[in-house]
Design a protein around this ligand. Structure first.
Ligand code: KG4
Ligand code: ZN
Length: 368
């Protein structure tokens, strides 16, 4: 059960918090400290599982869960060592308790419970999406309210953030997440996984106007998005080239990647323009999640932001990491939030409880 503690117990300074993340295919631990000078990331370590899943064309939940269980204590040890902090100096533990692949989330929650119980310190369950959405406060210290576009391998949504627990979803994908579309496009074109970086790199030498790929849902009002038709269009364009010429040249690949990337950027930019137009009083427009690493997308979003300050966190804090979980935990700590040993792992956990559920369940787990 989550509860709120009395004011006196939430003012500890300096405060050192351990964050754990294991909701998808990255096992991560981080240590954050808040003192009079501000908030410092003392360490943030991530161990990816790309190699373990490479042969299967997606994340295999059972393999992921086992790898998390094997790696979590090693990651905690590494985070402590890098931070030069001992377990006895940790004041609280924040852990991703959803949404995500249930086995992985469970691994993290159980590890966090064991540590919190053993050390007699506060346990705080954190929503993974809140971790991404609050990151611009960690990196740039911005105030509320702001707009965040969360774009990753499992998620795509526009969130208005009014507080550490106050999120309004303005729109989101009705099928695939953009990262999935990047990964699928890479697979269709025989490029290595994860697809985002390889598509972006191939696109550098490509012509974004050569293939007229669709811009899904632009004809409909609102901020909802769709990406599954786009990846099918890439598949059709590839097959047309193969039946015409018997195969793909480097240039064909580069042009397809550039055309695909331009379509994703166009759609996200136009929907961002609409989301921004609806909200008058924002401190910033921020992008978060793994796809936020994409430079073409960043440039397109910066342009539509206009006078609203545009923020894109450093790459290591865009992709899954535990510093963002520790920070979200810190925000909750300040509010007096505490969980007990009944903290549950939640495969689905929408940030905006009032918004209608999004469709689909991606290869990286249930969407919120
Ligand atoms: O946030 P993240 O690390 O994991 C979750 O999905 O939660 O995001 C990973 C996704 C992958 O689909 C990957 O292909 C995509 O982010 N990605 C990119 C780039 N770097 C990573 N997509 C486009 N361009 C990139 N440079
Ligand atoms: Zn994520």
């Amino acid at each position: 059960m989550q509860c709120y503690l009395p004011f006196m117990s939430v003012t500890t300074i300096p405060l050192t918090i351990l964050g754990l993340e294991s909701s998808c295919d990255d096992t991560a631990a981080a240590i954050l400290r808040e003192d009079q000078d501000g908030i410092h990331i003392l360490s943030s370590v991530v161990s990816g599982q790309t190699d373990l899943h490479a042969a299967f064309g997606g994340v295999v939940p059972e393999i992921a869960a086992r790898a998390h269980a094997e790696k979590l204590d090693l990651m905690v040890e590494a985070a402590l060592q890098q931070a030069n902090v001992s377990l006895a100096q940790i004041n609280a533990i924040a852990v991703t308790s959803g949404p995500g692949l249930i086995g992985g989330v469970l691994s993290g929650v159980m590890a966090a419970k064991g540590l919190a119980l053993g050390l007699g310190i506060r346990l705080i369950g954190v929503n993974h999406l809140a971790g991404h959405a609050l990151t611009p406060r960690l990196t740039d210290g911005i105030g509320f309210p702001y707009l965040v576009l969360l774009v990753s391998g499992g998620h795509c949504q526009f969130l208005r953030v009014d507080g550490p627990q106050d999120f309004t979803r303005l729109g989101g994908t009705i099928d695939d997440a953009p990262g999935e579309a990047f990964d699928k496009t890479a697979r269709i074109l025989g490029l290595p996984q994860p697809g985002g970086p390889s598509v972006e790199s191939a696109a550098r030498n490509g012509d974004p106007r050569r293939f007229a790929l669709p811009r899904p849902l632009l004809d409909r009002p609102g901020c909802d998005l769709s990406f599954s038709g786009l990846k099918t269009a890439v598949l059709r364009a590839r097959d047309a080239l193969i039946s015409e010429k018997g195969g793909l040249t480097e240039q064909d690949r580069a042009d397809l990647c550039a055309s695909f990337q331009a379509a994703v950027a166009d759609v996200l930019a136009e929907k961002s323009r609409r989301a921004l137009a609806d909200q008058g009083d924002l401190t910033a427009f921020a992008v978060a999640g793994g796809v936020a690493a994409n430079q073409t997308l960043r440039a397109a979003l910066k342009e539509v932001a206009g006078d609203t300050p545009f923020l894109a966190p450093p790459l290591a804090l865009c992709t899954d990491n535990a510093a963002m979980i520790a920070f979200a935990g810190l925000e909750l700590f300040r509010l007096g939030v505490a969980d007990d040993m009944t903290l549950a792992a939640r495969p689905r956990w929408p940030l905006d409880q009032t918004a209608p559920a999004l469709l689909g369940s991606g290869k990286k787990g249930a969407k919120a």
